[in-house]
Design a protein around this ligand. Structure first.
Ligand SMILES: C[S@@+](CC[C@H](N)C(=O)[O-])C[C@H]1O[C@@H](n2cnc3c(N)ncnc32)[C@H](O)[C@@H]1O
Length: 146
C-alpha cells in the first residue's frame, strides 16, 4: 500500500501490522524512523512524476488541501490505486481561505459513479495536530478500480 503524507507513520504502521508492504511519502521527515516502512521524503507531485508502481491500496488523509492542483493529483493517485481512500476539506471548514477546499460534489464528479464505494461528509469540532480546536468539514471518499 501507499501512504501519502504519512507524517509520523500512524496509518502506514497499521498496514505493517497487517503484514502488508508499505511505501510512504511525505515532504517532511517523520519524527522517528517508521519501522519496516519504505519511506521517501518527497512531495506527492514529484513522486507521481517518477513513480512506476501501482498499489492495491492508497491512502491520502488530510493532505490534499496543501496542494495547488488537487484535482490533477487526485486523478493521478487514483490511476495507480486499486482502492483509493482520501479526504478533502470542504468550504465550511475553519481553514476555508487558508487552504484549498473542494465541495463534496466537485470531488465526486472526478470519478465514474460505479467506482465510488463510499462518500461521506462530516462536520465536527476537534483538535488539530497542534492541539488547537477547530471546526472540521471533512469529505471522505473510497474509490475502487477494477
Ligand atoms: C495533517 S498531516 C496528515 C498526516 C496523516 N496522513 C494523518 O492522516 O494523520 C499532513 C501531512 O502531509 C504532508 N504534506 C504536505 N504537503 C505535502 C505534499 N505536497 N506531498 C506530500 N506530503 C505532504 C505534511 O508534511 C504532513 O505530514
Amino acid at each position: 500500500m501507499l501512504d501519502v503524507g504519512t507524517k509520523d507513520g500512524f496509518i502506514a504502521s497499521q498496514f505493517i501490522e497487517l503484514g502488508m508492504q508499505v511505501d510512504a511519502i511525505d515532504i517532511n521527515d517523520p519524527k522517528e524512523e517508521i519501522a519496516k516502512v519504505n519511506f521517501q521524503k518527497i512531495g506527492v507531485s514529484d513522486f507521481l512524476e517518477s513513480n512506476t508502481k501501482t498499489y492495491d491500496i492508497t491512502i491520502c488523509r488530510h493532505v490534499l488541501h496543501h496542494l495547488d492542483k488537487p484535482k490533477e493529483i487526485i486523478k493521478k493517485l487514483n490511476k495507480i490505486s486499486g482502492v483509493f481512500l482520501f479526504t478533502y476539506f470542504g468550504p465550511k471548514d475553519d481553514w476555508f481561505g487558508k487552504v484549498s477546499t473542494l465541495t463534496h460534489e466537485e470531488v465526486l464528479e472526478l470519478f465514474a459513479p460505479e467506482t465510488v464505494r463510499h462518500h461521506s461528509e462530516t462536520f465536527q469540532h476537534g483538535k488539530t495536530y497542534a492541539q488547537e480546536m477547530k471546526f472540521w468539514h471533512i469529505n471522505t471518499f473510497v474509490i475502487k478500480n477494477d
